[in-house]
Ligand binder design. Structure first.
Ligand SMILES: O=C(O)CCC(=O)C(=O)O
Ligand SMILES: [Fe+2]
Length: 247
């Protein structure tokens, strides 16, 4: 297998934490198909990214109705008549009873490097950093997939009541090798929900609670879900997430 060239590094504001032991993460990933890398980013960088994302107003709520996906800006939602908003909530929970269903807020970054304007916003810069240099080289090593060429990227905020039901991330034509989730929650009680649940045989699950500056990586093709964030959560479950892809 030939190694795709590493795209140039476009930003120096993100760095890898010094403590990452690539070999042990590579072994865990090869064995289990998933791994949690603690302290993936230095705390200051993770904190800056979190603050930047929380200050943004261009979040869109995304939800599906069967195969259709709807996107609602915050201003659109604010203008919804209360009966419409309740009907929408009811439909989301009714459809979640049996089918594939999700609802959360997102800010997306374009997949193409040219569209990720250098120095546009912090999330774009993070996506570019993940798609080149030391970060991409680490991700390729841990996943054992030299064909990985870039990280696609979106920020997600799961507010109380938000969730994502079981699925396996495999989409034809997207060339996804592994999913990643950078968790940006300095304080999170497990009881607040929003757990990344890996669905195992016999109704067993392995749950990964939101955390801070950790990177979860898991191989595409494994059933998983995000459990509903509870009404006791004081704020959103904030992450930056996407897939490690080849072109
Ligand atoms: O946010 C997470 O922990 C995982 C999200 C996920 O599974 C997805 O977006 O496909
Ligand atoms: Fe997923």
């Amino acid at each position: 297998m030939s190694e795709a060239p590493l795209p140039p590094l476009s930003s120096t504001e993100f760095t890898l934490s010094a403590s990452i032991d690539v070999d042990s993460y590579r072994e865990s990933y090869a064995r289990d198909g998933r791994v949690r890398i603690a302290n993936f980013l230095p705390a200051a960088a993770a904190r800056a990214l979190r603050d930047d994302l929380l200050a943004r107003e261009d979040w869109k709520q995304v939800l599906n109705s069967g195969a259709k996906i709807f996107e609602l800006s915050r201003s659109t939602r604010a203008e919804l008549a209360p009966e419409r908003a309740t009907a929408l909530d009811d439909a989301v929970y009714a459809d979640a009873r049996e089918g594939f269903q999700f609802r959360y807020e997102t800010i997306r970054v374009p997949d193409e490097s040219e569209a990720r304007t250098p120095h546009a916003d912090m999330l774009h810069r993070f996506a570019q950093w993940m798609s080149g240099g030391e970060a991409l080289s680490l991700l390729r090593s841990v996943a054992g997939e030299r064909a990985i060429a870039f990280a696609d990227c979106q920020a997600t905020a799961y507010w109380p009541g938000d969730f994502l039901t079981g699925h396996d991330d495999a989409v034809a034509g997207k060339n996804r090798h592994a999913a990643y989730v950078l968790s940006l929650n300095p304080i999170w009680r497990i009881e607040w929900g929003g757990l990344l649940l890996m669905h195992l045989p016999q109704q067993r699950v392995e749950g990964l609670a939101p955390s801070f500056a950790t990177l979860d990586i898991f191989r595409v093709g494994q059933p998983h879900s995000v459990s509903e964030v509870s009404r006791s959560a004081p704020g959103p479950r904030l992450s930056v997430t996407g897939w490690l892809r080849s072109r």
